[in-house]
Design a protein around this ligand. Sequence first.
Ligand code: G3P
Length: 244
Amino acid sequence: MLIYAHRGARGYAPENTMAAFRQALACKADGIELDVQLTKDRQLVICHDHSIDRTSNGSGWIKNFTLAELKALDFGSWFAPAFAGEPIPTLEEFCRWYVTTPLLLNIEIKNGPVVYKGIEEQMIYLLKRICPKDFDLYNRVIISSFYHPSLVKIKQIDNRVKTGVLFADHPVNVLSLIKQTNADYLHPHWHYLNRNWIEAAHEAGIGVNSYTINTQEEFDFSCAQNIDGLFSDYPDRFTGSRIP
Ligand code: G3P
């Protein structure tokens, strides 16, 4: 069972900041999950909501800010005073740190309802530029999205890049979902886990990683459905490690 730190270990630090990503390492998570969008000047930045209102001292939509404008804001104080001044990270800043770690990575493309045209090409280009030659990009990184055309696009750009289909509704026919997207993983909400369709996915060679699992009950239920990995705000609860 692989444990991904959801938006970094967001139970312990402001989500999608370098502080949260460092906390994921301290939690002994196997991997990090984060969200990527584009600024007004087409810079790849890490943020979950399309609006910055919840997680910064600013207000408005990511797509309407330049990177310089976002960098002037505080993405840490909303969580706790100890994180005051924590900046929004770019995907490049994150990746330069990430490649020095042993962690897996799940990048979620935040397309829909805002659709960032060309974000897929830009991300793949960045990953290939930053990752060292001996970095196993095709086995360490999964790109996921609720916006499935982005996953089709990723496979068109480079079929070796692993993709994960996010869904927040009951899977009507998981095998057709896989066929439509050519994805390697299914990423369902844990409410929709069921051993039967998970077995069908496994037989088709597809892994299942589920979100967002924070309690022992959710963990026990999900394990019993035979998932391969999970996303948690508190990865240490399931890795057996302790936060220093
Ligand atoms: O990628 C798993 C999980 O992060 C999906 O939900 O709302 O955090 O994007 P959300």
